[in-house]
Design a protein around this ligand. Structure first.
Ligand code: BV8
Length: 337
């Protein structure tokens, strides 16, 4: 059946997923058969899963904050050199993460985390807290890079740590760093049925992203930044995230290792990640070396994978928030019944 090359769709519910299945049916059918047979599954999550919740990725065009590359700010050196700058960056991210809501992709993983008799865990690289807020079983959710809502004392002599601190701004001086991150809204979605991908051509609205990128960064004194409530010498608090060059939380890594070594993992879901950060990216190879298969959910996937030319690897091109509920339906729908 020759479908029109492009069919303008105003919203997802207008899409008849049977058409999408037509376009991706071989990969989707094969994947879902394997999914139903799988007893041990791992999900590796990256910033792409939170895009539909309105949060920027690190490497996409939005990977900048006031023209600073986010990656350059996520380091101990950046904090040591200019804690005020780094705290303004994290204050902006805390504000936007709190404004964001978990999307259907987060909820699909949360449902999967509760399927009886399935050994499952989510390893998220994201620090936005959206997986935790989606109702995901907390016992099998690993935020391996920490959380924006954890605060830690910087003093070597103090082990103060505070979790789930949702206060924004943390200090008066950090007020008005929380400008809105407004992704340019989609006006229409175009689906190209002839290819096997679910392309989303976004027509830019005439509104542009509202973010005063050019508002100068404020010069803040350390005394105006979050301070440890325990230390007498007024040590600075820092965001409870893992910066580049810092080691990941050992206990979590050990628990993940125990899971990986507790038997072969049948399937790893690789969702919205560029796979560039170590050691998170090493889990995919670990599963595949054990004989497991990988399913990639990403807006940017190598054509060879999409054509089924890479062994034991499926690729589903599109928004993870839209694809995951569809792909995981055999397990999460069954569980709902
Ligand atoms: C460590 C918390 C050792 C902070 C983060 C040279 C080579 C190899 C490795 C290294 C090297 N030099 C240094 C290293 C190690 C380094 C590293 O990997 N560097 C990279 C940059 C090369 N790793 C570390 O430093 C780690 N620690 O190794 O410790 C050690 C041991 C003992 C003692 C001391 C040290 C620590 C790494 C943790 C860093 N912290 N986050 C914060 O968030 O502020 S990492 C941060 O960036 C995120 O957490 C995430 O992990 C990463 C971004 O990656 P993604 O999530 O994949 O996001 P990205 O933007 O890259 O991609 C988005 C994807 O989504 C894209 O593919 C896009 O196509 C897709 N997408 C977009 N929209 C959608 C979508 N997909 C689906 N749907 C959509 N709608």
């Amino acid at each position: 059946m020759q479908l029109n090359k492009f069919i303008g769709i105003t919203d997802l519910q207008d899409i008849d997923f049977s058409f999408c299945n037509y376009a991706m049916s071989k990969a989707l059918t094969e994947f879902q058969e394997h999914l139903k047979q799988s007893r041990r599954i791992v999900a590796l999550v990256g910033a792409g899963l939170s895009v539909s919740s309105g949060l920027p990725t690190f490497r996409g065009a939005e990977g900048l904050w006031k023209n600073f590359n986010m990656i350059d700010l996520a380091t101990p050196d950046a904090f040591y050199i200019d804690p005020g700058l780094v705290w303004q960056f994290y204050s902006w991210r805390r504000h936007n993460a709190l404004k964001a809501k978990p999307n259907a992709g987060h909820h699909a993983l949360a449902q999967l985390s509760k399927v009886p008799d399935l050994e499952f865990l989510t390893i998220t690289q994201n620090v936005d807290g959206l997986s935790a807020r989606s109702g995901h079983n907390k016992n099998n959710l690993y935020e391996i890079h920490g959380s924006l809502f954890t605060l830690k004392c910087t003093s070597f002599m103090c082990n103060y740590i505070e979790k789930d601190n949702m206060k924004v701004p943390l200090t008066p001086a950090l007020r008005d760093t929380e400008f809105e991150y407004q992704p340019v809204r989609r006006k229409r979605r175009m689906i190209d049925y002839d290819s096997i991908t679910m392309e989303q051509t976004e027509e830019l609205t005439d509104e542009v992203a509202i973010s005063p990128q050019f508002v100068p960064v404020k010069e803040l004194n350390e005394k105006d930044l979050p301070q440890c409530p325990v230390c007498q010498d007024g040590s600075l608090l820092r965001p409870g995230v893992v910066w580049f060059g810092e080691s990941l939380p050992l206990q979590e890594l050990n628990e993940i290792d125990d899971f990986m070594e507790g038997g072969p993992v049948d399937l790893i879901l690789v969702i919205g990640t560029s796979g560039t950060v170590y050691p998170a990216n090493s889990y995919v190879d670990r599963v595949m070396l054990q004989g497991g298969k990988a399913a990639i959910f990403n807006t940017d996937i190598d054509d060879k994978i999409l054509r089924g030319e890479v062994a034991n690897t499926w690729g589903f091109k599109g928004d993870g928030a839209e694809l995951l509920p569809l792909a995981l339906r055999p397990l999460i729908e069954k569980d709902e019944q």
